[in-house]
Design a protein around this ligand. Structure first.
Ligand code: FES
Length: 195
């Protein structure tokens, strides 16, 4: 009986010591990689088969279609520009020689009446006579070359090629910009007159 008790005590002591030893024993530390995300991504990537996405055809159907439309629009715009250019090319001064008409224009201050072709500006016609007529831009964008038709509204006698300075009232008072003014009838012109 004494032997059994001694054995039990020694077993108890052994278990107690074992528990204490386990309690103080250093556990195995879990090692966390620096960048786990990258490793996980690589692992996942290796499990996904490579797929060739049909990107070019996608573009052709979707965004590419839009791009194609944009290109188409560009072509359209070019076409319009070309048409605009063609219109520009057929301005009031672009009358072919075999269709040219001449009108007698009296330059009042110069004291002469001259024939001016309907594809020639009043300014050019006067300069051809050697007259020192005023001008600056020669594009209808100032009033330096201004003149006045004595016989009525200037556009009853003149076709302007894109004049940008005279308003309707000034036109009806006979004012004209001689650098872009092509005769369409006979009249008397006062040069160097501005509104
Ligand atoms: S010179 Fe400028 S409008 Fe004629």
């Amino acid at each position: 009986m004494v032997e059994a008790s001694a054995f039990a005590i020694s077993m108890g002591a052994f278990l107690a010591l074992t528990m204490v030893a386990l309690h103080f024993a250093k556990g195995t530390e879990r090692v966390i990689p620096d960048d786990i995300a990258e490793e996980v991504l690589e692992q996942r990537a290796s499990t996904v088969p490579e797929i060739d996405f049909p990107e070019p055809s996608n573009r052709a159907i979707g965004g590419g279609g839009g791009a194609a439309a944009a290109v188409g629009g560009g072509e359209g715009a070019e076409g319009e520009l070309e048409e605009g250019g063609a219109e520009e090319a057929s301005g009031p001064g672009d009358i072919p020689e075999d269709e040219v008409e001449y009108f007698e224009i009296e330059f009042a201050k110069e004291g002469e009446t001259i024939e001016v072709a309907n594809n020639e500006t009043l300014l050019e016609a006067g300069e051809d006579e050697g007259w020192d007529l005023p001008y600056a831009c020669r594009q209808g964008q100032c009033v330096s070359c201004g003149g006045q038709v004595a016989d009525g509204p200037s556009e009853d006698y003149i076709e302007h090629d894109n004049q940008q300075m005279l308003d309707d009232n000034e036109i009806s008072e006979g004012y004209t910009l001689t650098c872009v003014a092509y005769p369409r009838g006979e009249f008397t012109l006062e040069t160097n007159e501005t509104p």
